[in-house]
Write a protein that binds this ligand. Structure first.
Ligand code: C5P
Length: 220
């Protein structure tokens, strides 16, 4: 069979990661979390004292860290210069800064190149999740999904994940990050013209997974 390339985009809290991982595992495909890559380069910038408010400073060192993503959906690892950063990339500090770092064109160029080479190396195919996969990274993907959900549903899911986080501030932070991601100049968060939009507000995770699996199978 031909490798199948699936692009899953959408704002945070729509179930992108859980859905993408499960679909890849069920169908024997590789999996790539591109948000983790942007978080990893952000973690490196923070750790090395780079001024996050200075795009020129970020651009100057964008090529420095070596970022390696594992693409097994059962164990999606991520390392920066050989250090496992799966934990540290999920901190509030990184989450609050990732939109600024990922808006820098030099950062996007670098990470996009990594994403394309990982997709090309996936023998059976791959599920790639992010914000600009269908529009910019893999415009020839076999299937493009755009996941949405109401801000209330997204905030509720996120604060559930963060355990004990306040719903109101989670909602505000999430809306702020999505606005930054959608309004940046270089490959903003956007639905590709040929993407299928799935509103997950009133769906359970198993329902979303089943819906996407069916769509992939139709393409195979
Ligand atoms: O998906 P996640 O919330 O981990 O993504 C973190 C951030 O990485 C996003 O808010 C966005 O700024 C950036 N990102 C991006 N392009 C992608 C994936 C993530 O700019 N394809």
């Amino acid at each position: 069979a031909q490798p199948v390339i699936v692009a899953i985009d959408g704002p945070s809290g729509t179930g992108k990661s859980s859905t993408s991982k499960a679909v890849a595992a069920q169908l024997g495909l590789r999996y790539l979390d591109t948000g983790a890559q942007y978080r990893a380069i952000t973690w490196w910038m923070v750790t090395n004292g780079i001024d996050i408010d200075d795009p020129t400073a970020i651009a100057a060192v964008a090529g420095k860290p070596e970022i390696v993503s594992g693409t097994d959906p059962a164990n999606p690892t991520i390392t920066v210069d050989g250090v496992d950063v799966s934990g540290p990339i999920r901190t509030q500090e990184v989450t609050d800064r990732v939109s600024a770092v990922s808006a820098v064109p030099e950062v996007r160029e670098r990470i996009t190149e990594l994403q394309r080479s990982l997709a090309a190396a996936a023998e059976n195919g791959i599920v790639v999740e992010g914000r600009d996969i269908g529009t910019t990274v893999l415009p020839d993907a076999d299937l493009k999904i755009f996941l949405t959900a109401s801000p209330e549903a997204r905030a509720a899911r996120r604060s559930g994940e963060l355990k004990g986080a306040d719903l109101h501030s989670t909602r505000e932070a999430l809306i702020k990050r999505d606005a930054a991601d959608s309004s940046r100049k270089t490959s903003p968060l956007a639905k590709a013209e040929d993407a299928i939009e799935v509103d997950t507000t009133d769906l359970t995770l198993p329902q979303v997974i089943e819906c996407v699996v069916t769509l992939v199978e139709e393409k195979r």
